[in-house]
Design a protein around this ligand. Structure first.
Ligand code: SF4
Ligand code: SF4
Ligand code: SF4
Length: 371
């Protein structure tokens, strides 16, 4: 939001308050300098951009590695960037579950397990920062949504269609979780160590080949829908976000509003990308809250709206949130590397052989019989 417009809104809001009967509580402190200087939205934007650039770099390294595999060029498995496994949440969930059930440590996509555990852990601790501060898909989705707003084509979905559509991602998520949790251990192990899963990262890359019209058509439709409805994919379809949302509800951290200083300007409601009723709730517990802090960034009253623990013992301002989030992420990676849970144990020749025939590998369907 433009700062000048925001300041005008503040003037109007405070003027409206002044015409009310004598307030019981003293006038809230409005700090215009604080709004001008503390460019909170930019903190998140640059954090997201940093992670997005890192993702592009990892993607580029992976493409180079897979090309070497396909062309028979000499290579070492250490040249494959393990971070690419962050795009394999289902495989990671399976490996994590096998680890929990049997104690068999992740070996096929260990980095994927680390990133998945990090996403769940941070959701439990500090809500869905994974979505709003980290995820490259969320970042692109947000950029498209902003373009939609600038083009004046963005709409707020009607409730009668919004609610049922929102439940879709929970249904998809429940399907995957149910299927994985109920899988016999032997079948789980066979899937994880099977050819398809060993190169599921290459299978994913194959989807992005330029002549795959189906994939690009789906991306095109999703991009158009995101221009029309903010974060369409995240809001309605992403099972990963749905799972993080469920875990985030147990987090002690939430957006908390001080009703006694709130001037009911409604700016937080307008800013919320998840269309949550921030201005009328004392705290936001919703699974849809992304911890993006767009609402706190536009609140004109000092310390009225904050992301915090109960009783505001710890207030997570965006700069602190960014440092905490990045620190936890890179800390997890370092610990995983030291502990030997980052690099796959798949040997390079097996990987090469499976990469060459990856197009013909199909999803195993005969695992149900294993007990
Ligand atoms: S909802 Fe899914 S795609 Fe969207 S930001 Fe979260 S994890 Fe990423
Ligand atoms: S309530 Fe605030 S932090 Fe949560 S999604 Fe809305 S704007 Fe973001
Ligand atoms: S909490 Fe929302 S409605 Fe209240 S002052 Fe802040 S932005 Fe305005």
């Amino acid at each position: 939001m433009n700062t000048d417009n925001l300041l005008m809104d503040i003037e109007n809001s405070t003027a409206a308050v002044d015409t009310e009967p004598a307030p019981v509580i003293s006038k809230p402190e409005i700090n215009k300098e604080h709004l001008k200087k503390d460019e909170w939205l930019k903190v998140r934007f640059w954090t997201q951009t940093g992670f997005f650039v890192l993702t592009l770099y990892i993607g580029w390294e992976f493409v180079v590695f897979v090309n070497k595999m396909a062309m028979g060029a000499p290579a070492d498995i250490s040249q494959r960037p393990p971070g690419i496994e962050g795009f394999l949440p289902i495989s990671s969930m399976m490996e994590l579950w096998l680890w929990v059930k049997t104690g068999l440590a992740p070996a096929i996509h260990p980095a994927g397990v680390v990133i998945f555990a990090f996403a769940i852990g941070t959701a439990l601790l500090i809500k869905r920062g994974f979505c709003s501060w980290f995820c490259p898909v969320g970042y692109i989705s947000e950029l498209l949504s902003r373009i939609g707003v600038k083009m004046h084509v963005s709409i707020k979905p009607w409730k009668w269609i919004d609610y049922p559509l929102r439940s879709l991602k929970y249904i998809i998520m429940a399907f995957f979780v149910y299927a994985i949790l109920l899988m016999p251990l032997n079948a789980l192990y066979l899937f994880i160590t099977g050819d398809y899963n060993l190169v599921s990262d290459v299978k994913m890359l194959n989807l992005f080949s330029f002549d795959d019209r189906m994939t690009w058509s789906v991306f095109g439709i999703l991009a158009l829908l995101t221009l029309l409805i903010k974060n369409f994919w995240c809001r309605y379809l992403c099972p990963y976000g749905a799972l993080l949302g469920i875990f985030s509800m147990a987090s002690p951290v939430a957006i908390r509003r001080n009703a006694s200083t709130c001037i009911d300007c409604g700016l937080c409601d307008k800013a919320c990308p998840s269309f949550l009723p921030v201005a009328t709730k004392n705290s936001i517990k919703s699974a849809e809250c992304l911890a993006c802090q767009q609402c706190t960034a536009v609140c004109p009253v000092v310390d009225c709206l904050q992301l915090s623990t109960p009783k505001k013992r710890l207030v997570l301002k965006p700069s602190l949130y960014a440092m905490l989030f990045a620190g936890l992420f890179f800390g997890s990676v370092v610990v995983a590397k030291i502990a030997g849970y980052w690099q796959t144990t798949t040997d390079v020749e097996t990987y090469r052989e499976l990469t060459i025939k990856s197009e013909s590998l199909s999803h195993p369907r005969d695992l149900k019989g294993y007990k």
